[in-house]
Design a protein around this ligand. Structure first.
Ligand SMILES: *Cc1c(COP(=O)(O)O)cnc(C)c1O
Length: 396
């Protein structure tokens, strides 16, 4: 019997979303003003133990503002990972700056050894500014991504950044709720360590507003500036005086209404994702050739996405055939993103010693991980992984 389709990751809107949206519509506060926006900002700030958060139309918009406020402009460079979603990097280009691509390590996050090597061996300090020897351009910022909810070692990143006086932007779009449980940043959430942190509420993120984002940062004045820039840089709301070029990046009240209801359920979503992660892990460890990527020690991850590493030789089936076989059984999986330094707009940019990313891009798939995925569905996925392999054994 054909089983019901199991999607990779879908929204879960069974809380008070409809109630809050109905209220926003009934009161006719549907645009970029209204009480849900402030409530959502305050709730996110309080969840993250921060003073302030600035709601945006998307995570991409939040990253753009973070780069602007880090003073990134034409002729600057920003260090970024190659193995991530391209939305993390495009805002660097919006600022007229150039990304410099780094490799990943075995956690899929930016390899901090290589980051340090790049800065110490390939760059020099000139007039107090870090300069890339190869291009002669100044490096203004490091943009790191906590991939799939797995926290990167921010202690090492902050040490380099402070030593060379460069800004750190944390793309925490995939890692809302992940925090450190030990070390210098014990108790700190993803996105709250660097100069700026950005979250996304796109459809497949751990909580969603349909589309939306949130910017946080250590400097209150810059947060006020972010809000100002996100609302068309209006210096006088009555006479429309503008002293800077702003953006239409403010979140709407309808989005925020959904977000507020979603945030109320975040810890429940994380609990389900954690339970399912360990169910998968326990069963997958008995299947030769398959391994579930671990989350880093000394952290409480949000378990957003599960990465299955497929050793095609040991498993008996190549990664891409596995994706097709699972698809035929009604299970949606997908390969990890294509490396960004190989994408057409970035082919001519510098990429520093990319090695591991080439391996992971060819051997990882993401398996179903929705926050409403049941134990039975986890079992079905695992049974398919087992039966697909058994069939391959049979055919030799
Ligand atoms: C989702 C995501 C973004 C972009 O967020 P949007 O809200 O879709 O603009 C940026 N970076 C990474 C790593 C993401 O996964």
């Amino acid at each position: 019997m054909a089983q019901k389709f199991i999607p990779l990751s879908v929204p879960n809107l069974k809380g008070r979303e409809l109630e809050y949206v109905t209220n926003a519509v009934e009161t006719e506060w549907v645009s970029t003003g209204g009480s849900y926006i402030n409530k959502f900002e305050d709730s996110i700030a309080s969840y993250l133990h921060l003073e302030q958060a600035v709601a945006c139309q998307s995570g991409t918009a939040g990253l753009h503002l973070a780069l602007k406020l880090s003073d990134v402009g034409p002729n600057d460079e920003v260090i970024v990972p190659s193995l991530t979603f391209i939305a993390a990097v495009n805002p660097v280009t919006y600022c007229g700056a150039d990304p410099v691509f780094m490799d990943c390590d075995d956690t899929l996050n930016m390899d901090t050894d290589k980051l340090i090597r790049f800065v110490e061996q390939e760059c020099k300090v000139d007039n107090g500014q870090l300069i890339n020897r190869k291009t002669g351009k100044g490096i203004k910022a490091i943009l790191v991504v906590h991939i799939f909810g797995n926290l990167l070692d921010m202690e090492r990143v902050m040490n380099v950044a402070q030593k060379y006086n460069i800004k750190v932007i944390e793309d925490a779009t995939e890692s809302l709720g992940s925090y450190y449980t030990d070390g210098k940043y014990k108790g700190k959430y993803a996105g709250t360590v660097g100069d700026f942190g950005v979250y996304s509420f796109n459809g497949n993120k751990i909580i969603t507003t349909g589309g939306g984002g949130m910017l946080v940062g250590a400097n209150q004045n810059l947060m006020d500036k972010a809000k100002y820039l996100s609302t068309q840089a209006k210096d006088d709301g009555l006479y429309y005086t503008h002293n800077e070029v702003g953006y239409n990046y403010r979140m709407t009240n309808v989005q925020a209404a959904i977000g507020l209801a979603q945030l109320e359920q975040l810890e429940q979503f994380i609990a389900v994702k954690e339970r399912n992660y360990y169910l998968y892990q326990e069963k997958i460890q008995d299947i030769p050739g398959l391994r579930l990527l671990e989350f880093n020690y000394s952290t409480r991850p949000n378990y957003w996405f599960y990465s299955l590493i497929v050793d095609g030789k040991a498993y008996g089936i190549k990664r891409d055939e596995l994706i097709t076989s699972l698809h035929n059984k009604g299970i949606q999986t997908r390969p990890i993103w294509g490396l960004i330094h190989q994408q057409k707009p970035y082919k001519n940019n510098q990429a520093y010693q990319i090695e591991k990313a080439n391996y992971y891009v060819e051997n990882v798939i993401n398996i179903p991980c929705s926050s409403n995925l049941t134990e039975e569905q986890v079992d079905s996925v695992v049974n398919c992984l087992t039966s697909i392999q058994a069939r391959s054994d049979h055919h030799g």
